[in-house]
Design a protein around this ligand. Structure first.
Ligand code: ADP
Ligand code: 5GP
Length: 189
């Protein structure tokens, strides 16, 4: 039996969280990936409601905040993002490991409530490479990329607060490292 854990994964936009977590989830289909709520618009053709995020109006989001329905929520680049509480509690109660993919301030709030959580920061090899990847993804216009890069510099300063830092240079190596962390922390080894 593996030991269920809560994993909190952060890293600047474009650092490779989505790519690395897709690989981890393939290897561990039993893990529960928390779907966040956001007021951001879906990336056209790429994102689906209820799969990548729950896309909510500001009003609905505020209503859920007042109902204490989020473990944590944060404003980020003009939108609000939050972790719905109930699905996470239910999955942990069922003995499943859970992954939260959230930014650094949200990590602090979630960690305060789950001090046994395993925190992992996904870092790009450099800000220059981050810029190249963000632009290569073509999901944001130049202004939004610049905003995310400025935010990235701030987030990188907080990486020492995490238990693990995975540098996503070579993709296969980073995938292996994340998988190793998962296995060690869930006692699968
Ligand atoms: P995030 O989810 O952190 O915003 P993504 O997973 O979307 O980041 O990755 C950003 C872009 O960089 C994507 O186009 C992805 O294919 C690419 N990418 C991710 N990891 C690597 C890597 N190790 N080497 C080269 N490109 C990568
Ligand atoms: P994106 O718009 O690129 O999907 O996400 C922007 C940032 O918001 C990323 O750093 C992502 O990890 C973070 N994020 C996504 N969901 C949540 C959440 O539920 N809570 C918090 N605090 N951050 C989130």
């Amino acid at each position: 039996m593996s030991r269920p854990r809560l994993f909190i994964i952060s890293g600047p936009s474009g650092s490779g969280k989505g790519t690395l977590l897709a690989n981890l989830r393939e290897r561990h289909p039993d893990v529960f990936y928390s779907i966040s709520a956001t007021t951001r618009a879906p990336r056209e053709g790429l994102e689906q409601d209820g799969v990548h995020y729950y896309f909510l109006t500001h009003d609905k989001f505020e209503e859920m905040i007042s109902q204490n329905a989020f473990i944590e929520y944060k404003r980020y680049c003009g939108n609000i993002y939050g972790t719905p509480r109930k699905p996470v509690e239910d999955a942990l109660a069922q003995g499943r490991s859970v992954i939260l993919e959230i930014e650094t301030e949200g990590m602090r709030d979630a960690f305060a409530q789950y001090p046994d959580a395993v925190t992992v920061f996904i870092s790009p090899p450099s800000l220059e490479i981050l810029g190249q990847r963000l632009r290569g993804r073509q999901s944001e216009d130049e202004e939004k990329c610049l905003r995310r890069l400025a935010q990235a510099e701030e987030e990188m300063k907080r990486r020492d607060e995490y238990r693990y830092v995975v540098i996503n240079g070579d993709l296969t190596e980073a995938e292996e490292e994340l998988n190793r962390i998962y296995r060690v922390e869930t006692d699968e080894i």
